[in-house]
Design a protein around this ligand. Structure first.
Ligand code: OOB
Length: 548
């Protein structure tokens, strides 16, 4: 079988690909095949619901074919990269299946991404089209996309979903005009790259994660099995669905794989989400810890809508404190499942029949018997059993490299194909993992990852800042908050939190990356080798260095 070529890029070594086929992990099924099979089996079952739509499998199947045909008329085809920036709504599913069926590659962007994230991605990947919405939560996504088109040479088409086509900026196409009579579609190879996901921040070339139909569908299938999904499942996408967690762990794709229903809500706060659970009869959803805390507090306060259909509440993306973990099941009347995963591949779950002590105190174990895990020290040697170390992993759905980024690949992968997760973990004798933190300079702000390097680069452009260092500091709700230590260019002009935040915002950076605290410091503490000591800065915070 030919291995995939995307501008000369081969996602998997041939021997590994062969092995994963022999293991029965990769089956040769594409996303389009999967949807066709479900539509044939249960055409009248509900596939997708949101506040405005309810589509059966037959309807979703037909709509995705119709849109694929229309987008094909526009010239979008195999291997074309298409930025998709959509909030959680039914059309998300229609759009991604249309692109899958064309062999075009969606590049999953978050609704919170702004120019500073989107323009470098569009450039690096040579995106030819972008699909977005008009105005959403008071932000004009179509206008942003259109201005990126003016900057990025390859980006020819911007299409938007809107209720008011006349309000779209000049040059932005209304997606509704591309739902054609379904026509013939290409035959695809499941070993081909199906889409690109974004890894956390980077100052240089964005880190793009290539996932194939074969490897991703395996992870979807295993996830759906472990989470015991069936045709009665109603999965509520609460987190932005472009994230790997609500997409495939088991997420919306797992629900569709099982012949269940995907329910979408653009707003994860308890008021909206609880009403959605009652209205759609939701059985499972996934949350990050700060959101889980909000839900638990609201539920404990009483007078919630009827949540009795809810069977499983997953928590992942960041470490869930045991104190919170213990409250989730009782408060929401559901089984808690911890999920520790990464867009690069590996996903670990606690199992639904695990004892409470495992579920509240660990982040579970790998979903596949073919996942390989090692816990190593800085030199790459295995640490003694049960001690903390850096997690590296390899397996049938963990990528072997980012798309076209030699530097990130040299850092992120060992020569024999292991992915360096950057997580410090402890492996318990029972096989479950306890995540202790991150090794790198990252802040995990309630599940959203912020690269210290990326944010520091923005701060250094501030006229009043000479030097900047970002560290994550403990926060009872978010897990970590973003603390910016800044050295003023002129001691008489001390940058304020407000000025730093508005400066970063104006640079077109996603809102979740705004510093929560700014600490002005005359001189940075140094390590022995002259590097800024982040450890010392953390100590300063612990001692009460105050932000402003
Ligand atoms: C998920 O994916 P990403 O790519 O946004 O972030 C991955 C990183 C991990 O390397 C780890 O540092 C952190 O997020 N993380 C957790 C965690 N789950 C993820 N840290 C502690 N406890 C957990 N339960 O975040 C993701 C992808 C698929 C499923 C779930 C989460």
């Amino acid at each position: 079988m030919p291995s995939t070529v995307l501008n000369g890029f081969t996602p998997w070594p041939a021997a590994a690909a062969e092995r994963h086929r022999e293991q029965g992990c990769w089956t040769g099924e594409t996303f389009g095949d999967m949807l066709s099979a479900r539509a044939a089996a249960t055409p009248a079952a509900t596939a997708v619901v949101d506040d405005a739509h309810r589509w059966t499998y037959a309807e979703l199947d037909r709509r995705s074919r119709a849109l694929a045909t229309g987008l094909g008329r526009l010239g979008i085809g195999r291997d074309d990269r298409v930025l998709v920036q959509l909030p959680n709504r039914a059309e998300f599913v229609e759009v991604i299946f249309a692109l899958f069926r064309l062999g075009a590659l969606p590049v999953f962007c978050l609704p919170a991404h702004r120019r500073a994230e989107l323009a470098p991605i569009a450039t690096a990947i040579g995106a030819t089209a972008m699909i977005t919405v008009g105005v959403h939560q008071r932000f004009d996504h179509a206008a942003l996309a259109n201005s990126i088109r003016a900057e990025v040479h390859a980006l020819r088409h911007v299409l938007a979903i809107t209720d008011d086509a006349r309000a779209l900026p000049e040059g932005v196409l209304d997606l509704a005009d591309f739902r054609d009579e379904p026509g013939p579609l290409p035959v695809l190879d499941a070993s081909a790259v199906a889409f690109l996901q974004l890894s956390g921040g980077s100052t240089g070339i964005p880190k793009l994660i290539p996932r194939t139909h074969d490897d991703y569908l395996y992870s979807v299938r295993r996830s759906a099995q472990i989470c015991e999904l069936d045709p009665g499942t109603v999965y509520l996408a609460t987190l932005p669905v472009a994230h790997n967690f609500p997409m495939s762990s088991p997420g919306i794709l797992g629900a569709l794989w099982a012949g269940g229903t995907v329910a979408m809500t653009p707003d994860p706060t308890p008021a909206t989400a609880f009403a959605a659970i009652e209205r759609f009869g939701v059985t499972i959803t996934g949350l990050v810890p700060p959101l889980a805390r909000l839900w638990v507090e609201r539920a404990e306060a009483g007078a919630t809508p009827n949540l009795s259909t809810l069977k499983v509440v997953q928590v992942g993306g960041a470490r869930c404190q045991e104190e919170l973990a213990r409250r989730i099941g009782p408060a929401l009347g559901a089984t808690l499942q911890q999920v520790f995963g990464m867009a690069e591949g590996l996903v670990c779950y606690t199992r639904l029949d695990d004892p409470v002590e495992v579920v509240v105190a660990t982040q579970g174990r790998p979903m596949s018997e073919f996942d390989e895990l090692r816990v190593v020290d800085e030199s790459g040697a295995d640490v003694p059993a049960g001690t903390d170390g850096n997690l590296i992993t390899r397996g049938p759905y963990t990528i072997r490299g980012y798309f076209d980024n030699a530097e990130a690949n040299a850092r992120g992968f060992t020569p024999d194909g292991w992915y360096r997760t950057g997580d410090v973990v402890r492996l318990r004798p029972d096989g479950n993992i306890v995540v202790q933190g991150r090794a790198g300079d990252w802040v995990n702000r309630g599940g959203e990852k912020v690269s210290a390097e990326e944010l520091e680069a923005h701060l250094l452009e501030h006229p009043d800042i000479r030097e900047a260092v970002i560290i994550g500091t403990p926060d009872p709700v978010l897990g970590q908050r973003i603390c910016a230590f800044v050295q003023p260019a002129d001691p008489a002009r001390r940058p304020s939190l407000l000025s730093v935040r508005s400066f970063v915002r104006l640079r077109g950076v996603a809102a979740w990356k705004m510093p929560d605290d700014v600490v002005v410091i005359e001189d940075f503490p140094e390590t022995g080798v002259g590097k800024t000591s982040r450890k010392e800065l953390r100590r300063l915070v612990a001692e009460g260095a105050r932000g402003r």
